[in-house]
Design a binder for this molecule. Structure first.
Ligand code: MEV
Length: 428
């Protein structure tokens, strides 16, 4: 695919069909993709019925597009599916500031997932551990025999780890981890199958009984990192100069680093960005949430997933690191037509590239929240966008939405009642 520009100005002022046309053109998508992104009965009932059980219908959410993203020098138009106002606007705004400062830079580990095999009542737990480690090659070969397609692609089981828990509520326990490079898959099915395949041999070698055989969502070998460096002048807001905003953002982050009460909210803001892209691309957002929060607590105390620091020249330095078990093959990423169109819009060609863009969006979202919190507070921007929802609820359409929203914000009364009264006023 040819390089695209993610800098689409004036998108906000267009109608949804006109916006879609601009995005489709900018991303080089087909007319068929345009139809799919429009969302009219895209997920056929027969398809939906095959995806989960007891299907009775479908549930719609808006899909927006975040603009301005530059990641590792490449532009991306980012599909975001989310119900919360201001998420898409905030990501786009911060991406615009970031692109003028060189954009986001990312890196990632190989896509290695863990599967656990739990061994109960081992005769000699520490001896079992050593016997299992000695059988490493045999166990890896056994696991890989189940997925020759994956090994043909350069993936597959690469190693094992074994842990002993001497004292648990049910006695001593040995836990074997299979470390599997799952390439472009999220990997749950692959690693679960491998764990089940080797289970009885593990029980034999360990001289115990196997119970659980399942992946770990704490995908701490599949970490993705994003960073950004922002010149202070680019951050000035609400009458504050850039250096003050940098100072405020660094101080705001410090609370999330030391205090789980703040860290939960801070990380929720990061996940606003991450989940929206994860959902749009048909990925398992519960797995991503579980992995992110478990990783945030890995040191024994829940903390911030990101860090914001002041560099030597006063620049704001933001970094984010978290596990991202995302796939481009399998599951809804393959079966849901809108997820497929979203992936084509992004123009990513590997799960790793998708994960790196997702991490950049998470960092942008976090930057937006901290900038707002460190300056005018979160409610002003939030309310301005929320007011659009209220205006629509009161019956406003088209250009009326903005007019009514602006009026109720200016009046400091963002309510349906006030919006209805504004709507009834004659226009000049
Ligand atoms: C709201 O959805 C997210 C924020 O609360 C995040 C934060 O406080 O950092 C604004």
């Amino acid at each position: 695919m040819a390089d695209i520009s993610s800098r689409l100005t004036g998108l906000r002022d267009l109608t949804p069909p006109d916006r879609r046309a601009r995005v489709v053109q900018a991303a080089g998508l087909s007319e068929q993709d345009a139809q799919i992104l429009a969302g009219a009965d895209v997920l056929r009932m027969t398809l939906a019925d095959g995806m989960i059980e007891n299907v009775i219908g479908k549930f719609e959410l808006p899909m927006g597009v975040a603009t301005n993203f530059t990641v590792n020098g490449k532009d991306y138009l980012v599909p975001m599916v989310v119900e919360e106002p201001s998420v898409v606007a905030a990501a786009s705004f911060m991406a615009r500031i970031a692109r003028d400062c060189g954009g986001f830079v990312t890196s990632s580990d190989r896509p290695v997932m863990r599967a656990q095999v739990q061994v109960l009542r081992p005769e000699d737990p520490h001896g079992a551990r050593q016997r299992l480690l000695s059988a490493r090659d045999e166990l890896i070969a056994m696991a890989n025999a189940r997925d020759t397609v994956l090994t043909g692609l350069g993936g597959g089981c690469k190693d094992i780890e074994v842990q002993v828990f001497d004292d648990t509520p049910v006695g001593a326990m040995v836990v074997l981890h299979l470390l599997v490079d799952v390439r472009d898959a999220m990997g749950a099915n692959t690693v679960n199958t491998m764990a089940e395949t080797i289970a009885s041999r593990v029980a034999e070698i360990a001289r115990g009984e196997v119970r659980l055989r399942i992946l770990s969502n704490l995908a701490d070998l599949r970490l993705v990192r994003a960073r950004v460096e922002i010149a202070p002048a680019a951050l000035s807001a609400a009458g504050l100069d850039g250096a003050d905003v940098v100072q405020g953002m660094v101080e705001a982050c410090a609370l999330a680093v030391i205090d789980p009460y703040r860290a939960a909210t801070h990380n929720k803001g990061i996940m606003n960005g991450i989940d929206s892209v994860v959902v749009a691309t048909g990925n398992d957002w519960r797995a991503i949430e579980a992995g992110a929060h478990a990783y945030a607590a890995r040191g024994g105390r829940y903390t911030s997933l990101s860090r914001w620091e002041r560099g030597a020249d006063g620049a704001l330095m933001g970094t984010l690191e978290l596990p991202l078990a995302l796939g481009l093959v399998g599951g809804a990423t393959k079966t849901h037509p809108a997820a497929q169109a979203a992936i084509r819009m992004l123009g990513v060609t590997s799960a790793t590239e998708l994960a790196e863009v997702v991490a950049a969006v998470g960092l942008a979202q976090n930057m937006a929240a901290l900038r707002a919190l460190a300056t005018e507070g979160i409610q002003k921007g939030h309310m301005t966008l929320h007011a659009r929802n209220i205006a629509i609820l009161a019956g406003a359409e088209g250009a009326e939405v903005d007019r009514v929203a602006r009026a109720i914000v200016a009046a400091g009364e963002v309510s349906v009642d006030r919006a209805a009264r504004e709507l009834a006023l004659p226009r000049d």
